[in-house]
Design a protein around this ligand. Structure first.
Ligand code: AR6
Length: 208
């Protein structure tokens, strides 16, 4: 049974949008995974995950949109964090945003010159650290932007595969932390990323 959009918005506390939303009733985690194509600053999940850089002092892309919407207090708090390593994440308050917390993850800059597994590890580290931080901070739902797929140049398909794999593995650990997370939303913005998730999610969470 695939829920209607209205039911999904009501149950997930997501901001209504006319963009397509995808969720399939599939494996044992299916009800905890959702896909939406929208502006992440509008989402009312407990946490949203920003695609930041090591300085954590703002930038373009989704980072710029989040800082603009949250207001200057977000930058003030970020400035106290002493940056963040690539492959990791830090958490702040959300100020004027409708979510409660912002997790600032620093994805790798994609370059074909470097070894692919290294990129995957770093990108997946962003997802698992963000999930850890969400759980530790009592966030039951979180929405990820498509980390590294914009300015940092990561191909959509590879990035989505790394992202979904990391989230699936983390949820399947089924420890106390994982049990506290009720909903993980993949929030895409460009059609290419949305398509990659639409194609890959059913593969990772196949219909029983
Ligand atoms: N809501 C949701 N997703 C968005 C939005 C939005 N409002 N705006 C863009 N995206 P990017 P990166 C998508 O470039 O590649 C910054 O300057 C976008 O389509 O924001 O990790 C930072 O400060 C793409 O799919 O981040 C870093 O310096 C995804 O967000 C650098 O860019 C990520 O694209 C990080 O580059």
């Amino acid at each position: 049974q695939i829920p209607t959009l209205t039911e999904l918005y009501r149950d997930n506390h997501l901001h209504p949008t006319d963009q397509p939303l995808f969720e399939k009733a599939t494996s044992k985690f299916n009800d905890r995974i959702a896909l939406i194509r929208t502006d992440i600053t509008k989402l009312e999940t407990d946490a949203i995950v920003n695609a930041a850089n090591e300085s954590l002092l703002g930038g373009g892309g989704v980072d710029g949109a989040i800082h603009r919407a949250a207001g200057s207090q977000l930058l003030d708090e970020c400035a106290k964090l002493d940056g963040c390593d690539t492959g990791s994440a830090k958490i702040t308050n959300a100020y004027r945003l409708p979510c409660k917390k912002v997790i600032h993850a620093v994805g790798p800059v994609y370059s074909r010159a470097k070894r692919e597994e290294m990129h995957t590890k770093l990108l997946q580290g962003c997802y698992t650290t963000s999930l850890d931080l969400a759980a530790e901070n009592h966030c039951k739902s979180l929405a990820f932007s498509a980390l590294s797929t914009g300015i940092y140049g990561y191909p959509s398909q590879e990035a989505a595969e790394a992202a979904i794999g990391a989230v699936k593995g983390w949820l399947e650990a089924d420890d106390e932390k994982a049990r506290n997370i009720e909903k993980v939303v993949f929030c895409s913005f460009m059609e290419k990323d949305q398509k990659a998730y639409e194609e890959l999610l059913p593969r990772f969470f196949p219909t029983a």
